[in-house]
Write a protein that binds this ligand. Structure first.
Ligand SMILES: [Mn+2]
Length: 357
């Protein structure tokens, strides 16, 4: 007898794509779940699989019975990708619908409780009929005995594509219907930064080629996802760049957006996402902070968002922004972190500059 570190084993795969497809095929109803704030891979993997399941059901005469549940917020472009597929969105603080009791629960693009919070009790009541399809290095194995894991995959849609092929009885993703190929391609493109990141390899490009052969419209998708910002976001970016300060001795860049900036740009608080990445294009910048002033019931506060480069600069150590943000009452990861300071922007900036190494 071998000993395992938990009752359900460690974060290792337990099924092949074919085995999982056969298991899914034996279930009459399924709910597909993914991590909170779903991105392109989360939406793409669940939508593709739901469509494949429903297509099999339609051809065999049974009612279509796979649906996707998402924990908001969703990207602006999500409804276009979802089309007519049955989807439910759970707003923050809401519980998943209680009335529907599926035979199978399939979780894509995560296997961690901390990314599944709104669904936790729903899953906990159904652990024995839950499956995970994921590509992350870590996860909680206890969530599912059926685990299709490929840690070498750039996106969760890669193992999902294999499951879809088996379900539909085709020998290549190039033969998948375009309404399944399109969400798969979305996951592959977004998780690789449109084929720029270091996770791009021959398998990624082969699947991309097959999906294009299946009829995916690359240009249309690219425009939908990457060229769909509101003008207010551009006006806000203009203000963020105008505020840029280079702290030469620390090789840092700091950008600031006041509540007045948001008002004059006509922008919502969420519209500054991604701005913190812009100054990283300069090699001498090893750390970036974006300060955004906001207010809630208790008054004004400043959100700090930080990114740092893994290589530092010219012999200088990389900045551990988790440590910096911990000093400010926040935290996160060494390369990406955040904090919330209960103070107006100028006061918050002083605290940040003192905390920077
Ligand atoms: Mn992913």
């Amino acid at each position: 007898m071998t000993m395992t570190n938990t009752a359900h084993g460690s974060w290792t795969p337990t099924v092949t794509p074919d085995e999982l497809a056969d298991w899914i095929g034996s279930m009459r109803t399924a709910v597909l779940l993914t991590h909170v704030k779903p991105d392109g891979d989360a939406l793409g993997s669940t939508l593709a699989l739901a469509r494949a399941i429903n297509l099999v059901r339609r051809t065999t005469g049974a009612v279509s019975a796979a649906e996707c549940w998402y924990a908001a917020p969703l990207p602006e472009w999500a409804p276009m990708l979802m089309g007519q597929t049955k989807v439910r969105t759970i707003e923050p603080g809401q519980n998943p619908p209680g009335a529907f009791d599926p035979e199978a629960v399939i979780i894509c693009d995560t296997g961690s409780w901390n990314q599944l919070d709104p669904f936790r009790s729903f899953i906990e009541e159904r652990l024995e009929r839950t499956a995970i399809i994921d590509h992350h290095l870590q996860g909680d194995a206890e969530i599912a005995d059926h685990r299709l894991l490929d840690m070498t995959a750039a996106a969760a849609v890669q193992p999902v594509a294999a499951v879809c092929c088996r379900l539909l009885g085709v020998d290549s993703p190039a033969k998948l219907p375009v309404e399944i190929a399109t969400p798969l391609y979305t996951g592959l493109a977004t998780d690789t930064g449109w084929f720029r990141h270091s996770n791009v390899d021959a398998r990624v490009m082969r699947l991309a080629a097959d999906l294009l052969e299946a009829g995916v419209n690359h240009t249309e998708l690219m425009e939908l996802i990457e060229q769909n910002d509101r003008p207010s976001r551009l006006r806000l970016m203009q203000r963020a760049l105008a505020s840029l300060e280079l702290v030469e001795d620390k090789h840092a860049a700091v950008m600031s957006l006041t509540t007045e900036d948001f008002r004059r740009a006509g922008a919502a608080p969420g519209e500054s996402g991604g701005f913190v990445d812009i100054p990283r294009t300069v090699p001498t910048i090893r750390v970036v902070a974006l300060l955004t002033e906001q207010s809630d019931a208790q008054g004004v506060f400043t959100k700090v968002s930080m990114r740092s480069k893994a290589t530092g600069w010219n012999g200088m150590e990389p900045v551990d922004v988790n440590e910096v943000c911990k000093k400010l009452g926040g935290g996160g990861h060494a390369r990406a972190s955040g904090a919330r300071i209960r103070a107006p922007l100028e006061e918050a900036k002083k605290q940040l500059l003192e905390a920077l190494p």
